[in-house]
Unconditional design. Sequence first.
Length: 158
Amino acid sequence: MPAILTSISPAGEILHVVPHAAAALPPVTRRDMEQAWELAQTAANNPQPRTIRFSTPKTPPLDLQLTDSDAASWASAIDRAKNLSTAHGLSVLLRLLALVDLMSRAPWLRAWFTLSRAGLTLHPALLQAAALSPLTPTGGFEETALGALLPHEAAPME
Protein backbone atom coordinates (compact mmCIF):
# COMPACT_ATOMS: atom_id res chain seq x y z
CA MET A 1 0.00 0.00 0.00
CA PRO A 2 1.45 3.43 -0.93
CA ALA A 3 2.72 5.68 1.86
CA ILE A 4 0.54 8.25 3.58
CA LEU A 5 2.22 11.64 3.51
CA THR A 6 1.90 13.88 6.55
CA SER A 7 2.73 17.58 6.65
CA ILE A 8 1.90 20.67 8.66
CA SER A 9 0.42 23.72 6.97
CA PRO A 10 1.68 27.25 7.74
CA ALA A 11 -1.49 27.69 9.84
CA GLY A 12 -0.52 24.67 11.98
CA GLU A 13 -3.05 22.21 10.57
CA ILE A 14 -1.87 18.63 10.15
CA LEU A 15 -2.58 17.20 6.69
CA HIS A 16 -2.53 13.46 5.97
CA VAL A 17 -2.59 12.75 2.21
CA VAL A 18 -3.79 9.20 1.54
CA PRO A 19 -3.10 7.98 -2.02
CA HIS A 20 -6.08 5.61 -2.06
CA ALA A 21 -9.73 5.51 -1.02
CA ALA A 22 -10.73 4.96 2.60
CA ALA A 23 -12.37 1.69 1.55
CA ALA A 24 -8.89 0.31 0.74
CA LEU A 25 -7.70 0.62 4.34
CA PRO A 26 -7.18 -2.73 6.07
CA PRO A 27 -9.23 -4.28 8.85
CA VAL A 28 -7.74 -4.07 12.33
CA THR A 29 -8.08 -6.15 15.50
CA ARG A 30 -10.60 -5.89 18.29
CA ARG A 31 -7.70 -5.02 20.60
CA ASP A 32 -6.82 -2.11 18.31
CA MET A 33 -10.37 -0.82 18.73
CA GLU A 34 -10.28 -1.34 22.51
CA GLN A 35 -7.06 0.65 22.67
CA ALA A 36 -8.49 3.37 20.44
CA TRP A 37 -11.52 3.70 22.72
CA GLU A 38 -9.26 3.84 25.79
CA LEU A 39 -7.15 6.53 24.12
CA ALA A 40 -10.25 8.50 23.15
CA GLN A 41 -11.48 8.53 26.74
CA THR A 42 -8.22 9.96 28.04
CA ALA A 43 -7.29 12.21 25.11
CA ALA A 44 -6.14 15.72 25.98
CA ASN A 45 -8.08 18.68 24.67
CA ASN A 46 -6.68 21.54 22.59
CA PRO A 47 -5.48 19.45 19.64
CA GLN A 48 -4.21 20.70 16.30
CA PRO A 49 -6.86 20.61 13.57
CA ARG A 50 -6.34 17.85 11.02
CA THR A 51 -7.43 17.05 7.51
CA ILE A 52 -7.31 13.60 5.99
CA ARG A 53 -7.26 13.90 2.20
CA PHE A 54 -8.03 10.83 0.12
CA SER A 55 -6.48 11.47 -3.26
CA THR A 56 -6.63 8.87 -6.02
CA PRO A 57 -5.83 9.35 -9.71
CA LYS A 58 -9.38 8.43 -10.78
CA THR A 59 -11.43 10.51 -8.32
CA PRO A 60 -11.38 14.09 -7.07
CA PRO A 61 -9.75 14.57 -3.65
CA LEU A 62 -12.01 13.93 -0.67
CA ASP A 63 -11.18 15.88 2.50
CA LEU A 64 -12.21 14.70 5.94
CA GLN A 65 -11.68 17.69 8.23
CA LEU A 66 -11.39 16.94 11.93
CA THR A 67 -12.45 20.29 13.31
CA ASP A 68 -14.52 18.85 16.17
CA SER A 69 -12.31 19.04 19.27
CA ASP A 70 -13.13 15.48 20.36
CA ALA A 71 -12.36 14.01 16.94
CA ALA A 72 -9.14 16.00 16.65
CA SER A 73 -8.13 14.99 20.20
CA TRP A 74 -8.79 11.34 19.42
CA ALA A 75 -6.78 11.65 16.21
CA SER A 76 -3.86 13.14 18.12
CA ALA A 77 -3.92 10.38 20.73
CA ILE A 78 -4.22 7.62 18.14
CA ASP A 79 -1.45 9.22 16.07
CA ARG A 80 0.91 9.00 19.06
CA ALA A 81 -0.01 5.35 19.71
CA LYS A 82 -0.64 3.95 16.22
CA ASN A 83 0.93 6.45 13.75
CA LEU A 84 -1.57 8.01 11.34
CA SER A 85 1.08 7.97 8.62
CA THR A 86 0.43 4.23 8.30
CA ALA A 87 -2.58 2.50 6.77
CA HIS A 88 -3.08 0.60 10.02
CA GLY A 89 -3.08 3.69 12.25
CA LEU A 90 -5.38 5.60 9.92
CA SER A 91 -7.72 2.62 9.70
CA VAL A 92 -7.98 2.47 13.50
CA LEU A 93 -8.87 6.18 13.67
CA LEU A 94 -11.44 6.08 10.88
CA ARG A 95 -13.09 3.01 12.39
CA LEU A 96 -13.40 4.74 15.76
CA LEU A 97 -14.88 7.87 14.17
CA ALA A 98 -17.21 5.78 11.98
CA LEU A 99 -18.39 3.78 14.99
CA VAL A 100 -19.17 6.86 17.07
CA ASP A 101 -20.98 8.41 14.10
CA LEU A 102 -23.06 5.28 13.51
CA MET A 103 -23.86 4.92 17.22
CA SER A 104 -25.25 8.46 17.20
CA ARG A 105 -27.72 7.80 14.39
CA ALA A 106 -28.58 4.08 14.42
CA PRO A 107 -31.03 3.29 17.25
CA TRP A 108 -30.64 -0.46 16.74
CA LEU A 109 -27.03 -0.18 17.97
CA ARG A 110 -28.11 0.91 21.47
CA ALA A 111 -28.17 -2.73 22.59
CA TRP A 112 -24.42 -2.84 21.96
CA PHE A 113 -23.27 -0.09 24.34
CA THR A 114 -24.12 1.23 27.79
CA LEU A 115 -24.08 4.86 28.81
CA SER A 116 -23.83 5.53 32.54
CA ARG A 117 -22.38 8.12 34.89
CA ALA A 118 -19.12 6.19 34.69
CA GLY A 119 -19.02 6.70 30.92
CA LEU A 120 -19.72 4.78 27.76
CA THR A 121 -19.04 1.04 27.66
CA LEU A 122 -18.81 -0.66 24.28
CA HIS A 123 -19.71 -4.33 23.86
CA PRO A 124 -16.72 -6.45 22.74
CA ALA A 125 -18.76 -7.80 19.81
CA LEU A 126 -19.38 -4.24 18.61
CA LEU A 127 -15.66 -3.48 18.76
CA GLN A 128 -14.94 -6.70 16.85
CA ALA A 129 -17.49 -5.80 14.16
CA ALA A 130 -16.01 -2.28 13.86
CA ALA A 131 -12.53 -3.78 13.52
CA LEU A 132 -13.57 -5.98 10.59
CA SER A 133 -16.39 -4.13 8.81
CA PRO A 134 -15.35 -2.59 5.50
CA LEU A 135 -15.09 1.18 5.36
CA THR A 136 -17.09 3.12 2.79
CA PRO A 137 -15.29 5.34 0.25
CA THR A 138 -15.86 8.28 2.63
CA GLY A 139 -14.45 6.46 5.68
CA GLY A 140 -17.69 5.50 7.40
CA PHE A 141 -19.56 2.28 8.03
CA GLU A 142 -22.53 1.00 6.12
CA GLU A 143 -25.13 -0.06 8.70
CA THR A 144 -25.99 -3.38 7.10
CA ALA A 145 -22.36 -4.45 6.68
CA LEU A 146 -21.52 -3.73 10.31
CA GLY A 147 -24.77 -5.30 11.52
CA ALA A 148 -24.05 -8.49 9.60
CA LEU A 149 -20.90 -8.98 11.69
CA LEU A 150 -22.76 -8.78 15.01
CA PRO A 151 -24.33 -11.78 16.77
CA HIS A 152 -28.11 -11.98 16.62
CA GLU A 153 -28.43 -10.56 20.14
CA ALA A 154 -26.12 -8.63 22.41
CA ALA A 155 -24.86 -10.85 25.22
CA PRO A 156 -24.62 -9.21 28.64
CA MET A 157 -21.47 -7.16 29.05
CA GLU A 158 -18.99 -8.28 31.69
